[in-house]
Design a protein. Structure first.
Length: 147
């Protein structure tokens, strides 16, 4: 067997004797079991039963209070009506497709209207930028006189 020194280098290999693990063939008697329990390091740690509220129970509680909060047709944060978002159905799916939706973990899915608006703004911005660069470079370099 060899160990590492303080710098992480292996030391000289030495001969060692290893004791086999103590074991018993057959079942443990109740007296032996009780002695093992009393001598355990975790005695008393796992004795008490704790029934915590599970994630399923927490989500179920949130789901039961969510329809009460959005009742009355108030607008939700993504621009769709609360009835369409909560009720789902054909109108809810169409609304999600057009205006986008928020996923179960908070991720935002872009809708068709948002994608079209973003694309149009990008093309307008790039055209305006191109014209500005042409004008500035043309006036600096003097390449605007062709008559």
């Amino acid at each position: 067997m060899s160990f590492l020194d303080e710098k992480g280098r292996p030391s000289v290999t030495e001969r060692v004797f290893v004791m086999p693990p103590g074991s018993q063939i057959g079942p443990v008697t109740p007296q032996q079991r009780e002695a093992l329990r009393q001598g355990s390091l975790v005695t008393g740690v796992y004795e008490a039963t704790v029934d915590r509220e599970s994630a399923f129970e927490k989500l179920k509680g949130r789901a039961s209070t969510a329809p009460a909060l959005s009742a009355g047709g108030a607008a939700s944060g993504d621009g769709t009506s609360a009835d369409a978002a909560a009720g789902g159905g054909l109108l809810g799916g169409l609304s999600d497709m057009l205006f986008g939706s928020t996923g179960p973990r908070g991720g935002r899915k872009e809708g068709l209207a948002e994608a079209a608006a973003r694309s149009a703004m990008r093309s307008v911005g790039s055209a305006v930028g191109r014209e500005i660069v042409r004008g500035v470079l043309g006036s600096l370099l003097g390449g605007g006189r062709r008559r």
